[in-house]
Ligand binder design. Structure first.
Ligand code: CDT
Length: 296
């Protein structure tokens, strides 16, 4: 299965949807020209990462959200997907009535939405915190997702989705692995200078790959991870977009912190050896000893 990840460089607060969607279309064409059939785009791909600001004007907040998908401005991406026969994962801010979610969709090569996921692990705060240079206010803007971690049939492959902070939680992948997921797609926006952790600036990139590689290995699946990277509105965000094999190895990784496509022909049978042996759930998994995971 030939897949690609489309890393996206900084998006300015003033950028229009039309301009951003045109960038995404170029990336989709690049991926298709290499032969990829699925492309992963980042979290909140259509706008700048607005949860870094406490925005009080409701009209301005709403301007970052999509009320329909596809809408007028996003339709060109869907049309192009159909023309090229390439499916994609797209992260965006979703307004559903009065409810606001950090959402991703799975669109097939016919341009139809075949899956939706709403971010469950919402990090950060609901209000600005004094004394810190970088705010992360996702709890101000997003409700906890209400769709669980579904897995979707995409031809012969079962595809699941998660969004940014979800990728750090082992339960995210295990719930999908129990549904026989073959490929997990994930988009992220991860700042390097989040002051409250007090960690050196090299660690966010390490923790990104540590989480993705451990998850792929322990859950016998491929992981395709797409960053929104680079210095966006003065805040540096990690790149490191990659495709990880069920061996836990990074098969291919982005080199830049800008718009960049990476691709890989995945041998989907690579998971079989692990599923049949060391991670044979039926033979070796012991859920009766895992109760604390859900009881506490
Ligand atoms: N977008 C997102 O979820 N980012 C978080 C940053 C956490 S800092 C509070 C992440 O886990 O990468």
């Amino acid at each position: 299965m030939h897949i690609a990840v489309a890393q996206v460089g900084p998006i300015a607060r003033s950028d229009t949807r039309a301009r951003t969607v045109a960038r995404l279309c170029e990336l989709l064409k690049d991926a298709a020209s290499r032969g990829a059939k699925w492309v992963t785009f980042p979290e909140l791909t259509l706008t700048t990462f607005f949860p870094r600001w406490s925005i009080e004007d409701p009209r301005e907040v709403r301007s970052f959200f999509e009320t329909e998908m596809p809408g007028k401005e996003t339709r060109p991406l869907f049309d192009l997907a159909r023309e090229l026969g390439v499916g994609f994962y797209l992260g965006y801010a979703e307004l559903d009535g009065e409810r606001q979610f950090n959402t991703s969709i799975l669109v097939d090569g016919g341009g139809s939405i075949i899956g939706k996921y709403r971010k469950i692990h919402i990090p950060g705060d609901a209000q600005s915190q004094d004394g810190y240079p970088i705010q992360h206010l996702e709890k101000k803007y997003f409700q906890v997702g209400d769709l669980g971690f579904p897995v979707f049939d995409a031809g012969e492959t079962r595809i699941g989705m998660c969004i940014c902070n979800d990728r750090r939680w082992p339960e995210t992948y295990r719930v999908m692995s129990l549904q026989a997921v073959d490929l997990v797609m994930v988009g992220y926006n991860t700042p390097t200078g989040y002051g409250r952790l007090g960690e050196p600036r090299h660690l966010p990139l390490l923790h990104n790959h540590l989480s993705l590689q451990a998850a792929a290995y322990q859950n016998t699946c491929w992981v395709a991870a797409a960053a929104k990277a680079g210095v966006e509105e003065g805040i540096h965000m990690i790149g490191g977009s990659c495709i990880v094999a069920p061996t836990g190895e990074i098969a291919v990784q982005a080199l830049s912190e800008d718009d960049e496509v990476i691709n890989y022909v995945c041998d989907m049978s690579l998971a079989d050896g692990y599923r049949g042996n060391i991670f044979n759930y039926e033979r070796h998994r012991r859920p009766e000893h895992y109760r604390a995971i859900v009881d506490r």
